[in-house]
Ligand binder design. Structure first.
Ligand code: HEM
Ligand code: HEM
Length: 224
């Protein structure tokens, strides 16, 4: 038994080469798949199943079968396909909303060293002794803060998406327009995060932190 007075509180240099629990790894890669799914549906609805652009195509195809239809009729057909893609987007969106909720739960039920809050608090409490440690600590905390910002953004995306999905609720119907604008705008911040994040981890893996990405796959075994 070490007497209380001689106990040393060892706070290690914050490093990205830390292990990741199985839960967070499954969560991370599932989220990646769902976000790519959501973006794919947005791309399909905007460029392939675009209601207005497909009106002449529907008219042309029916004309080939000897049937002439006016623009509003063709638009109804074109719109039905566009709707199907948005329905798929909504289902993927429910998945993302569930992942947002599960990330919040993980923060409470994971072992303490795996929690983002704990990691940030430890790094904030770390007293650097060299210039290199000062910069390492600052970089570590900046990156972890970008995750906090991302979690806020994805929460906004899920909350606004759910309002859009439940348009049959009278209040949601009334606020649909501004909510759609927020949902639509926030997508760009999510894209910006994803691009910078992917470029950042790939660069870091190749330069200062070899094995960073494989730790997000295999977990890594020792807390360095
Ligand atoms: C990163 C994730 C997401 C992206 C990039 C994204 C993107 C978009 C975009 C660009 C629109 C069209 C907005 C407009 O027309 O102005 C949209 C609509 C919509 N989104 Fe999302 N969204 C995401 C997540 C979600 C989530 C989590 C939900 C929750 C259920 C959701 C549900 C919806 C619904 C219901 C619509 C309306 C579809 C319609 O017009 O029928 N989205 N989304
Ligand atoms: C849609 C794309 C992506 C999103 C939204 C995303 C999101 C995130 C988030 C939120 C975290 C922090 C997890 C935590 O709470 O500790 C994280 C960590 C991480 N991600 Fe991604 N990710 C994406 C794609 C990728 C890809 C493609 C890779 C690999 C090439 C990757 C590699 C990593 C690594 C290595 C970490 C741990 C870095 C660290 O400890 O700071 N991510 N990601």
């Amino acid at each position: 038994m070490i007497p209380e007075t001689t106990k040393l509180k060892v706070i290690k240099v914050p490093t990205f080469l830390e292990p990741h629990s199985l839960a967070i790894r499954i969560w991370h890669w599932t989220l990646v798949v769902f976000i790519f799914g959501a973006v794919t549906t947005v791309t399909l609805a905007t460029f392939v199943f675009n209601t207005r652009q497909n009106v002449p195509l529907v008219q042309q195809q029916l004309q080939g079968k000897g049937l002439t239809v006016d623009a509003p009729t063709a638009q109804a057909v074109s719109h039905a396909f566009n709707d199907k893609v948005w329905l798929l987007h909504t289902w993927i969106g429910y998945g993302i909303a569930f992942l947002v909720l599960s990330r919040w739960l993980l923060e409470f039920f994971q072992p303490a060293p795996e929690r983002l809050r704990k990691k940030m608090r430890l790094a904030a409490g770390f007293q650097p002794t060299t210039a290199e440690e000062v910069s390492e600590r600052k970089h570590y905390l900046t990156i972890k803060w970008t995750y906090v910002v991302f979690y806020v953004l994805i929460l906004v995306m899920a909350a606004t998406g759910l309002v859009l999905a439940f348009e049959n609720v009278a209040f949601f119907e009334r606020i649909r327009r501004p909510v759609k604008s927020v949902h639509s705008f926030t997508q760009y911040l999510i894209y910006a995060f994803a691009l910078l994040h992917i470029a950042g981890v790939v660069r870091a893996d190749n330069l200062r932190y070899p094995g960073l990405v494989s730790r997000m796959i295999g977990g890594g075994t020792t807390r360095l």
